[in-house]
Design a binder for this molecule. Structure first.
Ligand code: 5FX
Length: 532
């Protein structure tokens, strides 16, 4: 990046917070700061960054919250003395699938942003739907069924878009709004993803959607990386114009708007690289190299993902997305909604709200939990598709039981999560030779030990547990270097000098063996609950 010190910024707009990570050209993290939505923007009355609606299936976040959070974060950065004037490129990560609905006032208002007023004042009236549906929403079962019917079945939708119809996928959310709020749909000029929306705030015009995050919508042709006309038609009318362009994830989408120079002191030459989804950005942050490298991300959602060269989407489960780092590549992903919040719920119920107690209880039971299994569904689950909520506990003979001891309960929740991840990852052809753990809960070695034993592979961890934000910064550097080089450079040039991952846990052969019989049992028990 030349001789003067230069930096790039990754912004991670997750479900619960907005985070900034600034790195230098040697990939050292020089600055980090997070705005927690519930704590720092209490006027929006979110819990965990979201509003859960009374019907139990609708989950939204106010779009203006993300606007307010950006100003707040940048104000913190400025008062912390972050090197804003030396940042040469910004990219970002957004929770996947969420949609931001913009009316005809949005484009001129973005263009005309004036540094003397906060974004939230200037953009208060640019939304045609103020409450953005997000990935936790599972209210679009009817729209999913209709899409699969119109397209000739789930396999056809999967073949084309990379996934069968999923409730949280943006196209089905769009179909619901078109059907239930036709006036709002008609008043919508553009529909952004959370990722492309935050990018729009930075460039001062409606930003294109990148191919990796666009894959989570059920309307993009996965191989051509273009909107598919038949999927669009089956979703809602006049949709192509509302969605705009799809670009490769490394694309330079424009100069940072003057608002940020005048208000915060950003570099006038700072470029913005297309934003992408949080899981694609995590793939970038974890430098997944193919060849058996599989990531487990233990956050609000638990996800398992790895790179793919040949997409083989399944009508049964899982997703194939375009790769965020290789325009010709793909990534496979499994998402479980009952992740950290479910572990925390069990911790609070039986382990005195303490991870120390939780881990001590975990150590009191052997791998395999004497055959006891539980399926915790506090939120309608994505993988497997279990809609009825509750905790379903089974003894070694598959009989339903009402309660476990605290030690059994703790082991049951953790083993179920990793067994289910392994089961469904294998169904999608993901077979790790090493796991790389990320996300908040990846700092807990006791959890990682169970993962290592269940998958039968060593588990590595990165120095930073937040790979989405770091991956956004890596992608900023990649996009910036591609622009400087005038061609698409391999993503690996970005992390050639990165610190290797730390080997955190090795599997225990006997423990791994104890899980062999539990997998088919779990598959059967899940099937009893699926669809219900
Ligand atoms: C992935 O498909 C998901 O729905 C989640 O992991 C969200 O991206 C979480 F933000």
């Amino acid at each position: 990046m030349g001789t003067a010190p230069c930096y790039v910024l990754g912004l991670d707009s997750s479900t619960q917070s907005l985070k900034a990570t600034v790195i230098d050209e040697a990939l050292n993290v020089v600055y980090e700061r997070t705005v927690n939505f519930d704590a720092e923007l209490p006027e929006f009355k979110t819990q965990g960054g979201v509003h859960r609606h009374a019907d139990g299936v609708t989950v939204t976040s106010p779009a203006i919250l993300w606007v307010a959070a950006l100003d707040l974060l940048l104000a913190h950065m400025r008062s912390d003395g972050a090197p804003l004037g030396k940042i040469v490129a910004i990219s970002g990560s957004g929770q996947q699938h969420g949609s931001v609905w913009l009316n005809a006032r949005a484009a001129p208002a973005l263009h005309a942003l004036h540094y003397a007023m906060p974004l939230r004042t200037q953009l208060a009236d640019v939304f045609s739907v103020g409450d953005s549906p997000i990935w936790m929403d599972s209210s679009t079962g009817a729209q999913c069924a209709a899409l699969e019917k119109a397209m000739g079945g789930a396999q056809r939708v999967a073949e084309l878009s990379g996934s069968r119809a999923y409730e949280r996928f943006t196209g089905n959310q769009i179909a619901k709004i078109y059907q239930t709020e036709p006036g709002a749909y008609a008043a919508t000029a553009r529909i952004s993803l959370v990722s492309s929306f935050v990018a729009s705030l930075l460039i001062g015009s409606v930003a294109p959607i990148d191919a990796a995050d666009g894959s989570g919508m059920n309307v993009m042709d996965l191989r051509r990386k273009q909107w598919d006309p038949s999927l669009l038609k089956a979703t809602a009318p006049d949709l192509a114009a509302k969605l705009g362009m799809i670009v490769p994830s490394h694309t330079d989408i424009g100069l940072l708007h003057a608002y940020y120079m005048r208000r915060y002191g950003f570099n006038p030459a700072c470029r913005v690289i297309a934003f992408s989804g949080d899981n694609p950005c995590s793939l970038a942050g974890l430098r997944l190299s193919g060849a058996g490298d599989v990531a487990i991300s233990l956050g609000t959602s638990d996800t398992v993902f790895g790179t793919l060269t040949e997409p083989r989407p399944s009508a049964e489960e899982g997703h194939v997305f375009a790769s965020p780092v290789d325009p010709a590549g793909y990534m496979a992903l499994i998402c479980r909604k009952n992740g950290s919040l479910t572990r925390e719920h069990v911790r609070d119920q039986v382990a005195d709200r303490s991870w120390e107690t939780f881990n001590r209880l975990l150590a009191q039971t052997p791998p395999g939990n004497h055959g006891k299994l539980a399926i915790h569904v506090l939120e309608p689950e994505i993988t497997p598709a279990i809609h009825q909520t509750g905790v379903f506990r089974f003894d070694a003979a598959d009989g339903a039981v009402p309660a476990f001891t605290p030690a059994e309960e703790v082991r049951a929740v953790v083993e179920n999560q990793f067994l289910s991840m392994r089961l469904h990852a294998e169904n999608l052809g993901i077979k790790p030779t090493r796991l790389i753990a990320t996300g908040g809960a990846s700092v807990n070695t006791a959890l990682l030990r169970v993962a290592a034993d269940i998958f039968g592979t060593p588990v590595f961890v990165a120095e930073k547990s937040d790979s989405a934000s770091l991956g956004a910064a890596y992608r900023a550097l990649h996009g910036w270097r591609c622009r400087e080089g005038g061609r698409v450079l391999p993503f690996a040039i970005v992390f050639a000098n990165a610190v290797p991952f730390r080997r955190a846990v090795d599997p225990d052969a006997a423990a791994h063996g104890a899980y062999a019989g539990l997998l088919p049992r779990l598959a059967r028990l899940e099937q009893r609950l699926v669809g219900g």
